[in-house]
Design a protein around this ligand. Structure first.
Ligand code: ADP
Ligand code: GLC
Length: 469
């Protein structure tokens, strides 16, 4: 598996969770699954053993660049991780360069285009030399979408699976870079499609998956296809939605090292201790009776943060926000916290431990996403006995129903307000319903077991079928 993130080594969002967990689930089914990542500056040899495998060269803009391959183990598992070392990844940041929005499309700056194209090329070059010869290359999101291009160039024949975690992040190369890399023009599509990493991944891989069945249908429509609905339609027969799972050991309220007081479905008593501790930590009045409503999210357009308005201060609850991302959204939440210091508290930055404490200590979890390919936040919340209030879209529609949470359809502040008000009312006045919602959420199987079996069947089918796309 090739990707830009794998938790707990490198994580910005759900992509890291998935790439960090699926290999172990496949491992349990007998598949020798190994991960390849860029060797980012933040992956520290001081924290774990990392050893060199070999040095190699990568063609880059007419020169040969020196790179090296390193090997480690994903902490908390037995999964082998290969790391591609090159000065492009020396910095502490995972994603460099600004993010340019073009309508609904997001792309990174050309720095990231160059970095990740290099990673793809280097990964293929390393595979040519490596003694591990996989039957399948499974790669994730736009960062790795040029793998089939470089694979074709190398002459190695390996079946490929491309997973779309987020179609809105496409990776658009400029004309100069496109020319320099000498990539084939994709005929039958508008010229800019050839310069789009995501489109190339879709058109050149043997099979394409996305992270929930509903999202697999949505991306074929002009509303959610982000300009690639035509490209996806061309591969419709080889496209399938497979619902993400969770690493249920890492997200386990009964055994979570980030929690002082653990709890489980039959013994929810200590959930209250987590709530009081959370209120203390966030400087809110400590009160076990008040409903605590939380949000843990990347702060980006996708996540529907503008639906949370000043009007929400009328609701009888406390709000706790944890987010990292764009300043505009951070400022909105900051303002709310400043205006209503007894009701709203916010922290910014990425903090895995704090996220776990929030899932554990809240009563209600918000996910008002504009679109959501799968969403793990709502699943983690349910596992921690926290009832989700979500917009019914993508994977949220596939994972939250009336037995486990509250959903609203229209992307409007009023609709979210109404759903949240109903949830809060149920929390205070319908204790039996509330108990049932929590219990149903905690009972649900969010493990990777079933989905890993589906991936395995897909790999086997691709291997049996001698034909390459
Ligand atoms: P996305 O991948 O779009 O960000 P998901 O719901 O699939 O959304 O996954 C988000 C993952 O990232 C979850 O594990 C969530 O807890 C975590 N996360 C998001 N923001 C933060 C943050 N600021 N600090 C810690 N964890 C975060
Ligand atoms: C993306 C999506 C999210 C999904 C995650 C893991 O970041 O935004 O919905 O859960 O990838 O697949």
């Amino acid at each position: 598996m090739l990707a830009a993130e794998a938790s707990p080594l490198v994580k910005v969002g759900g992509l890291g969770d998935v790439v960090g967990a699926l290999p172990a689930a496949l491992g349990a089914l007998g598949v020798d699954t190994r991960i390849m990542l860029p060797f980012y500056g933040l992956v520290s040899p001081r924290k774990q053993k990392i050893s060199k495998v070999f040095s190699f060269e990568v063609a880059e803009g007419g020169r040969k660049e020196k790179a090296s391959l390193w090997r480690t183990v994903l902490p908390g598992s037995r999964t082998t991780v290969y790391l591609v070392k090159h000065p492009y990844f020396r910095g502490k940041e995972i994603y460099a360069g600004g993010r340019l929005a073009k309508g609904k499309k997001y792309t990174r700056g050309q720095d990231d285009i160059r970095r990740f194209a290099f990673f793809d090329k280097a990964a293929v070059a390393a595979l040519e030399k490596l003694d591990f010869k996989p039957d399948i290359l499974h790669f994730h999101d736009w960062h790795t979408a040029l793998v089939p291009d470089y694979l074709k160039r190398s002459g190695i024949r390996i079946k490929t699976v491309f997973t779309i975690h987020n179609l809105a992040n496409q990776g658009l190369m400029d004309g100069r870079f496109f020319k320099r890399e000498n990539l084939a023009v994709l005929s039958g599509f508008p010229p800019q499609i050839s310069q789009d990493f995501m489109a190339r991944g879709v058109l050149n891989s043997d099979f394409i998956t996305t992270v929930s069945p509903t999202y697999a249908r949505e991306i074929l429509t002009p509303e959610q296809g982000v300009g690639l609905e035509g490209v996806l339609a061309a591969r419709r027969k080889d496209l399938r939605g497979i619902l993400n799972g969770l690493d249920t050991d890492f997200f386990d309220p009964a055994n979570d090292p980030f929690l002082k007081k653990k709890f489980s479905a039959p013994d929810l008593g200590s959930k209250i201790d987590n709530k009081l501790e959370l209120q203390r930590r966030f400087g809110l009045p400590q009160d076990a009776r008040v409903a605590v409503v939380s949000l843990v999210s990347r702060l980006v357009w996708q996540k529907g943060l503008e639906l949370i308005t000043d009007d929400f201060a009328d609701l009888d609850c406390q709000f706790i926000f944890l987010g990292a991302g764009e300043k505009e959204y951070e400022n909105r939440l900051k303002k709310l916290a400043k205006k209503y210091p007894d009701k709203v508290a916010a922290r910014f930055g990425f903090d895995e431990g704090l996220a776990h404490k929030i899932y554990a200590g809240s009563d209600i979890f918000l996910m008002p996403s504009r679109f959501e390919p799968c969403g793990l936040g709502q699943m983690i919340a349910m596992r921690y006995g926290t009832v989700p209030v979500v917009r019914s879209t993508g994977g949220l529609a596939d994972t939250v129903d009336r037995k486990t949470g509250f959903a609203f359809k229209e992307f409007r502040a009023k609709a979210l307000y109404h759903a949240l008000a109903t949830a809060i009312d149920s929390f205070y006045h319908r204790p039996r319903l509330w108990k049932g919602l929590r219990a149903a959420g905690m009972r649900k199987d969010f493990s990777w077991t079933e989905s890993a079996k589906i991936y395995l069947k897909l790999y086997q089918k691709l291997i049996r079928n001698g034909r390459f796309h």
